[in-house]
Design a protein around this ligand. Structure first.
Ligand code: ADP
Ligand code: COI
Length: 420
């Protein structure tokens, strides 16, 4: 969505009542009307527009407060109670907590280098957070279940409005990073923004799920999640995508502790697994373009689970990662899909299919080079890690047998760590 159409739709929906923010939109619109302004009035407008991003005392006050992070076990055990008091309490907690977390995100946008913060797509996400802050902060104190229902509708709408934020950020940074030399700064901003966003979404979705009666679930926590089922779901999904796109897909084999079950929140895995599987499947197919489906080397997934953590290893024989690219693949916005227009086209198609299917999560962005760094940030947020080992030369026999092992280990102690 372009900046102008997104912002004007927000105005028409009454989200931006402040004339200052509407002025901001006028400033960024490149319609011929803009040329009619005199120099003085243009600078005045511009000053007002810029001021509207900083003179927000309610946001400053909220941003000065620390956020209260919870452990999943805290939210799990407060997730059951007599009648609906636990739902009311949950809404009251969110009413205090969400504005603080969103204010922190707004401070993050403010601290971006000016040239990056001015990118229209990044600016529009910044404005969406300002809008969300005011809607949540101005919501009347929640006192009874009627208020809770209204608050839940607001949360539902916001979750939906924000569904494409990761894609928007990926697009915005792709456009503006050429102006920036400092990769660390971008990484810190995106790691923080994306993981904090994951936490905000988990809290909001958990609250909404508390009113649903889903077997083996307390809110969004699956009290006996079977990792094998989650992996199989995404393996099937990526297989179908590849068959649709390339007409073939490698077999995906699963071994190890396939019967392991433990309490867990599936949401982050619903982002990480399709991203990693998509990479492995794509590498396998593209490095063996001459082979028919039955001859493609299979992808091997191993699950290991112990008292402390669980590990998912995804091994492919997809040509590996070239030595000179190894230090780059974890950078936001690095993608070999950029190297040719043909690949770019393919990746867009692949990505948009995934995006549609994954709308409820942060949405994968194949071709934007966000899959690996975002998955690593999520894994670290959950107390784990993501490592890539590219075994260049393994079994070299003239054929392309280089392989990539992607190891994701996540602490299943998630349930007692303050992560949400
Ligand atoms: P994207 O998939 O959008 O390119 P990612 O962050 O998921 O972004 O991956 C970045 C790059 O890392 C890919 O473009 C590809 O060059 C490389 N890569 C990732 N996984 C693999 C893999 N399993 N085998 C070979 N190369 C890989
Ligand atoms: C997000 O998805 O980025 C959010 O922060 C959602 C929140 C405004 C409910």
């Amino acid at each position: 969505m372009s900046f102008v159409s997104l912002s004007s739709s927000l105005v028409s929906r009454g989200y931006f009542s402040s004339p200052r923010i509407v002025n901001t939109l006028a400033y960024h619109s490149s319609t011929p009307k803009r040329l009619e302004y005199s120099h003085d009035s243009t600078s005045r407008e511009r000053n007002r527009a810029v001021t509207s991003y900083y003179n927000q005392s309610a946001i400053d006050n909220a941003a000065a407060k620390p956020s209260v992070r919870l452990t999943p076990s805290t939210i799990m055990y407060s997730g059951k109670g007599s009648e609906s008091t636990h739902i009311l309490k949950s809404a009251q907690y969110l009413q205090k907590e969400l504005p603080v977390r969103i204010a922190h995100r707004i401070v993050g946008f403010r601290s971006l280098p000016f040239i990056v913060g001015c990118n229209p797509t990044i600016l529009s996400v910044h404005e969406m957070y300002i809008k969300a802050f005011h809607l949540l902060n101005d919501f009347p104190t929640i006192q009874d279940m009627k208020d809770e229902e209204d608050y839940s509708r607001l949360l539902e709408n916001l979750l939906d409005d924000f569904v494409h934020v990761v894609t928007q950020l990926a697009e915005g940074f792709k456009g503006s990073r050429k102006h920036m030399q400092n990769d660390d700064l971008i990484r810190q901003f995106l790691d923080r923004t994306l993981t904090s966003r994951l936490g905000i979404r988990m809290l909001a979705m958990h609250h909404l799920a508390l009113s649903q009666d889903k077997p083996s679930h307390v809110g969004i926590i699956n009290v006996s999640m079977r990792l094998k089922d989650v992996i199989e779901k995404w393996a099937d999904f990526v297989t179908r995508l590849a068959q649709d796109k390339y007409g073939k897909a490698p077999r995906i084999k699963l071994s190890g502790h396939i019967n392991a079950t433990f309490p867990y929140i599936q949401l982050p895995l619903d982002y990480i697994l399709p991203e990693l599987l998509k990479n492995a499947v794509r590498a396998t197919i593209e490095s063996h373009s001459e082979l028919s489906e039955s001859l493609l080397p299979p992808i091997q997934i191993t699950i290991a689970n112990n008292d402390v953590d669980f590990i998912v290893r995804i091994s492919d024989r997809g040509g590996g990662v070239r030595h000179n690219l190894m230090s780059k693949i974890m950078l936001y916005n690095f993608s070999t899909a950029d190297l040719s227009d043909e690949l770019r086209l393919e990746s867009d198609l692949f990505g948009s299919l995934l995006e549609t299917a994954n709308r409820t999560t942060s949405g994968p962005m194949h071709g934007y080079g966000f899959g690996l760094p975002t998955s690593r940030a999520y894994a670290e947020y959950l107390g784990g890690n993501l490592q890539i080992q590219s075994l260049q030369g393994i079994g070299t026999d003239g054929a392309e047998t280089f392989s990539t092992d992607v190891l994701v280990f996540i602490s299943s102690g998630i349930i007692s760590r303050k992560i949400v």
